[in-house]
Design a protein. Sequence first.
Length: 261
Amino acid sequence: MKPFDESRPSDLSQPDPTELRNRRFYGELWSQAELVPPERFNTWPLVRALVRQAARRLEIAPGMRPRLPIAGTHFLDLTGPPLQRLAARGGHVVRGSVTAMPFASARFDLLAAFDIVEHVAHDAVAFAELGRLAAPGAWLLLSVPLHPQAWTPFDDLVGHHRRYRPADLLGRLREAGFTVAQSAAFGMQPRSPRLVGWGMRRLERDPARAMWWYNRFFMPVGLRLARRLRLRPGFAIPARVDTILLVCRKDGARQSQARQE
């Protein structure tokens, strides 16, 4: 298991080996994947409600699975194939990293970072960037894997640096100026270790064939079987949940509203 990195690095200029591997892995993965529109995910009712009050939107590392509305949303990703497809549908795209996002501070009212910060070596920097870009009162949708003891070979395959301890995750969010408003169990990974193992072997040995099965069988079935999000107040972790979705609010909303009044 990868160690939890508590320190902010003094030099971010050196490329991280895991980031380079992720860039290659996901570049190949997304080049063979089909774009799934956000309306097909169980996050859409939540997103649709938040979008009504958030005109300025950013989604980080969406790949071919964006959760925010594509037209009019800013998207940042390390790999080219998703950005090309999102731009063709009206998205505003930028190639870059979550640890150095090329946007002005307090630029966005809604940010989405699904399954990304666990891939970053220096996650304190990523959280600081999320906090910097969020306007007072902005919303952040964040999903991460939990519990270091739940580490599996699948985490290695997809390029995770860590699974979060709940206390560590809450600490990162507080440092970035976020408060957790709601939470829900999340994720589409099959529960069967045998099925996950089979998928990993196929992806390593014959990625083109594996992606054919993924696009035409596993992804449609996963979307069809996905349960409705059951949002709970605050940071509530249901039993046996190893991935969580958090709905967070950037601090300063009340102060900002008072100044406007």
